[in-house]
Design a protein around this ligand. Structure first.
Ligand SMILES: Nc1ncnc2c1ncn2[C@@H]1O[C@H](COP(=O)(O)OP(=O)(O)OP(=O)(O)O)[C@@H](O)[C@H]1O
Ligand SMILES: [Mg+2]
Length: 457
């Protein structure tokens, strides 16, 4: 039989300790601790004992009704979740400080409340006044269905949830909530793990859709145990440059829909506004006909964005040339410059090179390599690339142009926006020539030099 642990209680205030102590931490009285009676002992924290023993069933005999989804009128947000908020789903939303997590979820909460569902917004980080002021700024008037609670103690939150019985609960943020019976500080590994587990039991046990807002670490990962990401059904990640006003909400994990989806928003004084046509948004400020500029087509989940790559090549005044990349990986830029130098023969070792993606977007996809190279050569040689050109292709170390996935989607988006001339990898061209060659000019490429000859010679 399991040996029971001895527990000591303060006879004055009832505070419990795992071992005998001289002075009570709660009421500060001395010599008040006695061994607890058996009925005073804390009940086990998780009771997994069931009256009935679960029975295995053939998979084909299972009948599961499709759970209805709650639709907010934020169409991008609904699309990202796979068509609305699933009843009883457990979602984690991460993102840099000040990126707009509270703004997004307050807007979503208000939109959902307008659809008639009861939403409880737990503003643990901010006071009710702060939340009210934000709501006022966002034009979120709310109704009887949108309730706000400023509380950090989990027991108090649980009591409120049990009394209100909401459909959706938003916890802003998980790192601030604490459980009394855990000695470590709020935000610590154990507190986050335990509080998140409790919220999961509430979500699954009562069928409440719970959204947890989570902080991120210096390296950009969601703070707290990795187990947090395993525990939830969906992980959303909010990103963007704070100086720029566009924001990307990305699905990193989703048990109810596809991952790798993104929704694009614009941060304005009145809150987040959905961007239904991201390509137009990124090309809005493009000045026609300037050197060092070309358009690339990149994929984000199932969507295609057209983005302007800008490059500036100048003579170096210092001994070591400066290379700066904004929006693309610095190492990728170094690699592409080495290809230009060694394979194509451009003497860039004595030049400063700056490359930037207009609009503040970050792209990790190699399909923009050709665009980066052409923008650099355009600036270096002071020759303009016509404004109706789109360049797509990955560049290999020998200067070869490699094939890229889903070329049709990229071409369709660019044709829709009026682009006429496309530099694409030869490998992709055969499959699409028949369909597109009557509408647009396609230049299939095997090596970088072919693109340079076609544009600048
Ligand atoms: N008065 C305002 N006018 C315009 N934009 C504002 C205003 N106040 C805040 N913002 C925008 O909202 C952002 C803060 O949003 P929010 O508080 O939702 O972020 P958060 O991700 O929840 O931050 P935290 O991690 O601190 O909780 C600011 O970075 C700014 O872009
Ligand atoms: Mg916040």
């Amino acid at each position: 039989m399991r040996k029971e642990r001895t527990i000591y209680s303060c006879t004055t205030c009832g505070h419990k300790e795992p071992r005998w102590v001289g002075q009570c931490r709660e009421c500060a009285n001395w010599n008040t601790f006695l061994e607890s009676a058996a009925e005073d002992r804390e009940p086990p924290r998780f009771n997994f004992q069931r009256k009935e023993v679960a029975k295995a069933l053939p998979l084909k005999d299972l009948v599961i009704s499709e759970s209805p989804r709650i639709k907010t009128n934020l169409s991008e947000f609904d699309r990202l979740l796979g068509g609305g908020i699933v009843k009883g789903s457990f979602t984690l939303v991460g993102g840099d400080p000040g990126i707009g997590k509270s703004t997004l979820l307050l807007q979503a909460a208000s939109a959902a409340a307008k659809q008639g569902v009861v939403v409880l917004y737990i503003s643990a980080e901010e006071s009710l006044e702060q939340t009210f002021l934000r709501a006022q700024r966002l034009g979120v008037t709310g109704n009887d269905n949108l309730l706000v609670l400023s509380e950090t103690n989990f027991s108090a939150i649980k009591k409120n949830i049990e009394e209100i019985d909401p459909d959706i609960v938003i916890v802003d943020s998980i790192q601030i909530i604490y459980k009394n019976d855990i000695p470590s500080a709020p935000g610590s590994f154990v507190q986050v793990r335990e509080v998140a587990t409790e919220f999961m039991h509430l979500a699954k046990g009562r069928g409440i859709s719970i959204f947890l807002i989570g902080h991120v670490t210096k390296t950009g990962e969601i703070a707290g145990p990795k187990m947090l990401e395993h525990l939830v059904d969906t992980v959303l990640y909010f990103e963007g440059e704070k100086q720029q006003n566009f924001r990307l909400l990305r699905v990193v994990k989703n048990r109810f829909g596809s991952t790798d989806e993104v929704a694009v928003f614009q941060m304005t004084g009145g809150g987040l506004v959905e961007v239904c046509n991201p390509s137009q948004f990124f090309l809005e400020e493009r000045t026609k006909e300037s050197t060092g500029s070309v358009i690339v087509a990149t994929l984000e989940g199932s969507r295609t964005f057209l983005v302007e790559v800008q490059a500036l090549v100048t003579d170096t005044v210092f001994a070591t040339p400066s290379r700066r990349a904004s929006g693309i990986d610095q190492n990728r830029l170094a690699l592409l410059l080495a290809v230009l130098e060694k394979r194509v023969g451009y003497p860039l070792h004595s030049r400063d090179v700056f490359v930037s993606l207009a609009g503040g977007i970050r792209i990790a996809e190699c399909a923009i390599d050709l665009g980066v190279i052409l923008a650099i050569i355009s600036s270096y040689s002071n020759r303009i690339i016509p404004s109706n050109v789109v360049a797509i292709g990955e560049v290999g170390l020998s200067g070869e142009i490699r094939g890229i996935p889903r070329i049709e989607g990229r071409l369709k988006e660019a044709i829709h926006l009026g682009f006429k001339k496309f530099f694409i990898p030869k490998r992709n061209s055969e499959a699409i020539m028949k369909e597109f060659s009557s509408k647009i000019q396609i230049i299939p490429l095997e090596v970088v030099e072919e693109a340079i000859d076609a544009l600048f010679v």
